[in-house]
Design a protein around this ligand. Structure first.
Ligand SMILES: Cc1cc2nc3c(=O)[nH]c(=O)nc-3n(C[C@H](O)[C@H](O)[C@H](O)COP(=O)(O)OP(=O)(O)OC[C@H]3O[C@@H](n4cnc5c(N)ncnc54)[C@H](O)[C@@H]3O)c2cc1C
Length: 517
């Protein structure tokens, strides 16, 4: 993917695009894949980097949502379980099965959750990842060696999916490009262009040069997550707010806190939600929270009470409860929940179903949803967009569309497995460039060069936060790596020392949000 080539193409294009998608997170990238694979001329514009928003900050679960089952949201669970199976089938290099253990400290808990999880298994049908089973005390300890043993009666094991969200986003961008779409990061939409009352395009701004240009389109899609209301206001100032942003925080711990390949699911936290401790890339991701928030920041900040809540609720299930000093990284994201008609509901009660809306001027917006259901959301979105834009009707093919890098024989013990069939090409870039630059997070010179050359990585943050996941895993180690990474990017892209200095300064400032002490 080459940003300059795409920029040139956009500026030189005289004919309108069939579809312009605003936003490069799960919703927008999924839409670009769906639209391009139906043969529509598609352009996606992202103001920051792909997946800079919520889509790199999830719990990394591809799941039906056991919690939604508890809430009785059966249709959402059935839809998500189906999509879980499709995502696993189309991106086997990015989505894996993971076992979750619910430890139980009361004799009635295991049968209670066991029945619920049998229903969950049945709902997945032949797309199930494995049957749930009751565990006795010793079996629970065998699976989670560092589970709190005092009072432990037994547990339940069930299966869901796990993925790398930002890597999935990059792979979707590549898939869309493979099908003919153009995608540009660091190119935000600043206004909508109208003829009469109808939208006929957008004005976009190259965030590096500051240059603004107009782009015409038969239909414009707003897929900007928690920022959706900003685009809706550009269209119809004074409209009712359609998004309720809810913050979720995760902390990342050393893998010894679980000491095994299985996750813990805490079925009932002190605020009546669920909490996960999930092994991920040699660390453990623990979260999350659900806090209604007023300000939609691009870099949301974890609240002290959210960190305390996670430490306390996860600690109750671990032999050694974690403390602040154990936190390797902390990250927060904002859920773009679709506002219910009756305001005033707690965010944990707001449905995670998605909504597609169309304004009277033809702006098509996607609101709410989950990463797991991104494909179905995109299908619904493009079905609507094709009629709004008067495009020739074409069937969706994304349910059986391999995602870039598709490799059914992925070796998950290889830290590069997320690249799928690109691994060989990365290895071959430079024999000497395959050694990791750090013992704490896996990152090679070849990965950095590949990110710049092939994955539209521009900044140090792009490489360390989303092309690799170093910042999300271990913020202190990553901070120390930044100067080396800046130098490698500068050599590859032809930047000078001023660029390197500025990048290191900006990355240092950003990293403070991911460090606890
Ligand atoms: C804490 C947390 C945990 C979660 N865990 C899970 C999970 O485990 N599994 C799951 O399935 N789902 C999970 N989700 C939900 C999932 O992450 C989100 O539903 C999904 O990522 C939202 O994607 P999006 O594309 O709608 O929004 P975003 O990813 O935020 O993308 C919107 C993009 O629009 C861009 N943008 C904004 N304004 C403009 C503009 N003017 N021009 C161009 N671009 C613009 C932004 O920069 C951003 O990149 C979780 C969510 C949170 C918050």
């Amino acid at each position: 993917m080459n940003r300059n080539n795409h920029l040139k193409k956009v500026k030189n294009k005289k004919k309108p695009w069939d579809i312009v998608v605003i936003g490069g997170g799960a919703s927008g990238l999924g839409a670009a894949v769906d639209a391009a694979s139906r043969g529509y001329r598609t352009l996606l514009l992202e103001k920051n980097d792909f997946a800079k928003g919520t889509s790199s900050r999830s719990t990394k679960l591809v799941h039906g949502g056991v919690r939604y089952l508890q809430n009785g949201d059966i249709s959402l669970v059935i839809e998500a379980l189906k999509e879980r199976g499709i995502m696993r089938k189309n991106a086997p290099h990015l989505v894996q099965d993971l076992s979750f253990v619910i430890p139980s400290y009361d004799w009635w808990n295991s049968p209670f959750y066991g029945i619920g999880l049998k229903i969950y298994d049945m709902m997945a049908g032949n797309l199930g990842l494995g049957p749930s089973t009751l565990l006795d005390r010793q079996e629970t300890i065998d699976l989670i060696p560092n589970v709190k043993k005092k009072g432990l009666k037994g547990g339940v094991i069930y299966h869901d999916g796990q993925f790398d969200d930002a890597r999935m986003a990059i792979s979707l961008a590549q898939t869309a490009e493979n099908h003919g779409a153009s995608l540009i990061n660091y190119c935000g939409v600043t206004s909508l262009v109208k003829e009469g009352d109808m939208i006929t395009g957008v004005t976009a701004k190259d965030e590096f040069s500051g240059e603004e240009f107009s782009i015409s389109a038969k239909v414009v899609i707003n897929a900007t997550g928690v920022f959706s209301d900003q685009i809706i206001q550009m269209d119809q100032p004074g409209s009712r707010k359609l998004i309720v942003p809810s913050q979720g925080v995760h902390i990342v711990l050393d893998k010894s806190f679980l000491n095994g390949p299985h996750a813990i699911m805490v079925p009932h936290t002190s605020d009546g939600r669920v909490l996960f401790a999930v092994p991920w890339n040699d660390y453990v991701v623990v979260g999350t929270t659900d806090t209604l928030i007023e300000q939609t920041l691009e870099e949301p900040i974890a609240l002290e009470e959210e960190i305390a809540f996670i430490l306390e609720n996860a600690g109750a299930y671990m032999t050694t409860p974690p403390t602040r000093a154990d936190v390797k990284s902390v990250f927060s994201g904002l859920r773009p929940l679709a506002a219910p008609e009756d305001n005033g509901r707690a965010s944990k009660e707001i449905s995670r179903h998605h909504k597609v809306t169309v304004s009277t001027s033809g702006l098509v917006s996607i609101l709410g949803g989950k990463w797991t259901t991104y494909r179905k959301m995109s299908e619904d979105l493009i079905n609507t967009a094709q009629s709004v834009g008067g495009l020739p009707e074409r069937a969706c093919i994304s349910h059986s569309l391999p995602i870039h890098g598709y490799d059914y024989n992925s070796d998950w013990s290889n830290p590069l497995h997320v690249y799928g069939t690109d691994i060989e090409k990365i290895h071959k870039l430079d024999e000497a460039g395959n050694e990791s630059l750090s013992d704490q997070v896996h990152l090679t010179k070849n990965q950095i060069v590949w990110a710049v050359r092939e994955e539209m990585a521009i900044t140090v943050e792009d490489v360390l936060a989303r092309r690799s996941r170093a910042l999300f895993l271990n913020a202190e180690t990553t901070l120390a790596l930044a100067p080396k990474v800046a130098k490698i990017i500068a050599e590859e892209a032809g930047h000078n020392q001023d660029w390197i200095d500025q990048q290191i300064k900006e990355f240092n400032a950003l990293t403070q949000n991911y460090l606890l002490s």
